[in-house]
Design a binder for this molecule. Structure first.
Ligand code: AHR
Length: 502
């Protein structure tokens, strides 16, 4: 039997759990918006056409902030097309996803939807085909109270109160040659700095995100971040990072994807801190990991597909193994809570998403829904500095990787602890011993796992509960928590402080 150990020490913390780590992403891509979260005429749609079954699932998922409207979509987007009377809005071609965009759901609907779901909006600006002028006009439409042309237009559209959007992305993946308006790091860095400086003349308190690398394998990774931040260091608060992982047949490596994500974060932070040193600054730039997930990108149709309205793109049925990887990435994000202060699971509904729907039909939870919902619900207070000791296994992409990874959070009010842990091994269970002596007497409140005999099992419309969390046997006594983790599993174990001295 493989064995692993963890020591919990409440005074060693990484930092507070940032609620913005549990963000999502809504892009005009596939059926994320249309027949996903918005479907007038659906039996469960409300008066705004928002699907209430989807709203309920999003609340259960625990999403805190949502980035909108893209993604690659934003780099050709004219936000003005998406506001005002729906019948006057133009239909446009979206080259990013070879789609026909009706603009029936736009900026105003998005903000209304956020308010209904108690979600903070994060807006991305088009710095692909557009520039500073359009960006400040968008800000004025959204955030200025009234008495100017753009703010009064919003008021005429029925929104007397400003939208109060705090967090803005200065473009999307501008390092990628696939991006409309793709730029060199120098060109983009200058544009991001100029736009950020202009926006700050209107509101110095905005939180601004500069585009980092689209993934760690980009040929410009590292130098891109350094150059962009050399231009924009004073003006921005975040540098973004994006990462998607896919099982291309090498499951051992796939299950170790979070090792790559961890390295990515470490390198972005190091690069940002290098620029800080070079420029002799004291301010720190944090990471907005505003797109992350498992994504079967190799199945996305190419540029020869016909133009279509709301095509089905990337509606993958996520497996138990995918859910374990999603859980592992949440562990990595929590471990970096001191520097990754915002993150968005990409995306939210249907397209690369934890929630699936059918037009005029039901909505259901994918396997990946569960690690996200459990982490968002139970990661409270501070992230503890946890250093698991575990045997390794060999992977072709990432070398020798520990079979187990874990993190833990501690709620300072009451001292409750939650441990998030995974076993990456495909055949062997892992016996985990957690030293809880420093916490005093603890009892297991709840232990659940995503596990099962078939790592390729997935939830579908007709079998929506095939992969769900199930109880896990865990015992806490005399300063040790013992639990056996099945192969390819992710678990959430909640400990409460006991009043007795057992
Ligand atoms: O989320 C899907 C796409 O992935 C986004 O549009 C883009 O930013 C990224 O490449």
């Amino acid at each position: 039997m493989l064995t692993a150990s963890v020591v919990l020490e409440p005074s060693f913390t990484v930092g507070p759990v940032n609620r913005r780590l549990f963000g999502g992403f809504v892009e005009h891509m596939g059926r994320c918006v249309y027949t996903g979260l918005y479907e007038p005429g659906h039996p469960l749609a409300d008066e705004d056409g928002f699907r209430t079954d989807v709203l309920d699932l999003i609340r259960e998922l625990g999403i805190s902030v949502v980035r909108y409207p893209g993604g690659n979509f934003v780099s050709g987007y004219r936000w003005e097309d998406s506001v005002g009377p729906a019948e006057d809005r133009p239909t446009r071609l979206d080259p990013a996803w070879r789609s026909v965009e009706s603009n029936q759901f736009g900026l105003d609907e998005f903000i209304r939807w956020c308010r209904k779901s108690d979600i903070e909006p994060m807006l991305a600006m088009n710095l692909g085909t557009r520039g500073t002028q359009e960006a400040v006009e968008l800000w004025e439409y959204c955030n200025h109270p009234g008495g100017t042309s753009w703010s009064d237009l919003r008021r005429r559209h029925g929104a007397a109160e400003p939208y109060g959007v705090r967090m803005w992305c200065l473009g999307n993946e501008m390092d990628g040659p696939w991006q409309l308006g793709h730029k060199s790091a120098d060109e983009y860095g200058r544009l991001a700095a100029t736009t950020a400086r202009a926006l700050r003349q209107f509101d110095a308190g905005l939180e601004l995100v500069a585009c980092g690398s689209s993934h760690r394998q980009m040929p410009t990774f590292g130098s891109w971040e350094a150059t962009v931040l050399e231009h924009a260091y004073d003006e921005v608060d975040f540098i973004s990072a994006h990462a998607y992982y896919e099982d291309k047949g090498d499951t051992a490596s796939f299950l170790a994807s979070s090792v790559n994500m961890d390295l990515f974060i470490t390198d972005v932070v190091a690069t940002a801190d290098f620029v800080r040193a070079r420029l002799n600054k004291t301010k720190r730039i944090n990471v907005s990991f505003d797109e992350w997930n498992v994504w079967y990108l190799s199945r996305v149709p190419g540029q020869d597909s016909p133009w279509q309205a709301t095509p089905r793109i990337s509606e993958d049925a996520y497996t138990l193994a995918d859910a374990v990887v999603v859980g592992s990435m949440l562990i990595t994000l929590l471990r970096h809570t001191d520097r990754v202060t915002s993150a968005c699971l990409a995306q939210l509904v249907n397209t690369i998403a934890p929630i699936r729907t059918e037009p005029a039909g039901p909505a259901w939870r994918q396997a990946t829904f569960y690690p996200f919902a459990l982490t968002a619900r139970h990661a409270r207070g501070d992230v503890l500095r946890v250093e698991p000791t575990a045997p390794t296994y060999s992977t072709s992409l990432y070398g020798d990787v520990p079979v187990l990874d874990a993190t833990a959070t501690r709620d300072p009010d009451g001292g409750d602890i939650t441990i998030f842990v995974l076993n990456r091994h495909q055949d062997e269970p892992v016996q985990l011993e957690v030293n809880t002596a420093a916490l005093g007497p603890v009892g297991v409140q709840e232990a659940v796992a995503l596990a099962g005999p078939d790592p390729s099992a997935a939830n579908t419309e007709h079998d929506p509960n095939r992969v769900i969390p199930t109880p896990l046997h865990a015992e806490a006594q005399q300063g040790t928590l013992s639990v056996q983790l099945p192969p390819v599993s992710w678990a959430c174990i909640r400990l409460g402080i006991r009043a007795d001295t057992g």
